[in-house]
Design a protein around this ligand. Structure first.
Ligand code: C5P
Length: 231
C-alpha cells in the first residue's frame, strides 16, 4: 500500500470485547483478543493517520505504544459508545472492530451475588445499542467513512457472504469486512480472511494472511473511498 495514503486523516478504531458487569466480580463477556483492532490501528498509523484506539478490555501487552495512537480504555458497551462517538465527532473514518455485547444485565448489584439454597436467580438482560448502525445513521461528520466487521460462520448452505450482504444492508455502514470464523480461523493469533463489502453488499476488496495484512486490505478500501470523495 501507499506509504502515506492516510496522511492528514483522523481515524477511530474500536478493538477488543466489551464486558457487562453482573456484580462487582462477574461480567458477561466474549473472547475477542483485540488483535485485529490493534493491527488496524498500527496499520493506519504506518500509513500516516492520527489514530484513536478505543480499547475494550485489551491486554496491556497488546496495547500499542505509538506516538500517533491515542488509547482510550473502556469496559462496557455504553462506555465504548461514548468514547467512539466523542472521538468520532472529528474523525474521517470510524472502524468498529470491537466485539460488542448485544445484551447487558438490566441491573448490576453492588454486592457479590451469593449462592442461596433456592438456587440461582435469573439474570435479566436488556438490549445494548448497535453502535455501528447508529454511527451509520447519525453521520457524526460529513463524508465520514464508517466501517464494520462481521464474523460469520458458514451454515448448512455454507453461504458466509449471503449473511454478510444482508448485514451490510441492514447496518448501513459504508464498508463491512466479513470474516469467516470457525474452529481454526478468526480468533486469536491465527491467519484470517476477509471479504470487504460496500453498503449494497457488493464485493469491493479482499484480504487474507495475518491480521496486519487484513488491516491493510481494509485501509486500501477505505483509502479508495476517501480518494473518490475528494476527487
Ligand atoms: O451484528 P454483529 O454483532 O455481527 O455486527 C458486528 C459489527 O457491528 C461489528 O463492527 C461490531 O463492532 C458492531 N456492533 C456494534 N454494536 C453492537 C453490536 C455490534 O457496533 N451492539
Amino acid at each position: 500500500p501507499a506509504l502515506d495514503d492516510l496522511a492528514g486523516r483522523s481515524v477511530v478504531v474500536s478493538a477488543g470485547g466489551t464486558r457487562e458487569p453482573i456484580d462487582p466480580v462477574r461480567f458477561l463477556g466474549n473472547r475477542s483478543s483485540g488483535r485485529q483492532g490493534v493491527d488496524l490501528a498500527l496499520a493506519a498509523a504506518r500509513r500516516g493517520a492520527t489514530v484513536t484506539l478505543v480499547a475494550a478490555n485489551v491486554d496491556d501487552g497488546l496495547v500499542p505504544d505509538h506516538p500517533a495512537i491515542a488509547v482510550r480504555r473502556v469496559e462496557t458497551t455504553l462506555e465504548l459508545r461514548d468514547a467512539v462517538r466523542d472521538a468520532g465527532a472529528a474523525a474521517d473514518v470510524v472502524v468498529m472492530a470491537a466485539a460488542v455485547a448485544d445484551f447487558r444485565p438490566a441491573t448490576t448489584t453492588t454486592h457479590k451475588i451469593k449462592k442461596t439454597s433456592s438456587g440461582p436467580a435469573p439474570i435479566e438482560l436488556e438490549t445494548n445499542p448497535d453502535i455501528l448502525a447508529e454511527l451509520a445513521a447519525d453521520r457524526l461528520r460529513g463524508g465520514q467513512v464508517v466501517v464494520g466487521f462481521a464474523a460469520e460462520t458458514g451454515d448448512a448452505t455454507g453461504d458466509v457472504l449471503a449473511h454478510g450482504r444482508e448485514k451490510a444492508r441492514r447496518k448501513g455502514a459504508d464498508l463491512l469486512a466479513v470474516n469467516e470464523v470457525g474452529a481454526d480461523r478468526g480468533f486469536g493469533d491465527v491467519p484470517n480472511e476477509v471479504t470487504i463489502l460496500d453498503a449494497d453488499g457488493s464485493v469491493v476488496g479482499r484480504g487474507s494472511g495475518t491480521k496486519s495484512q487484513v488491516a491493510d486490505a481494509v485501509w486500501d478500501a477505505v483509502a479508495a473511498r476517501l480518494r473518490a470523495a475528494t476527487t
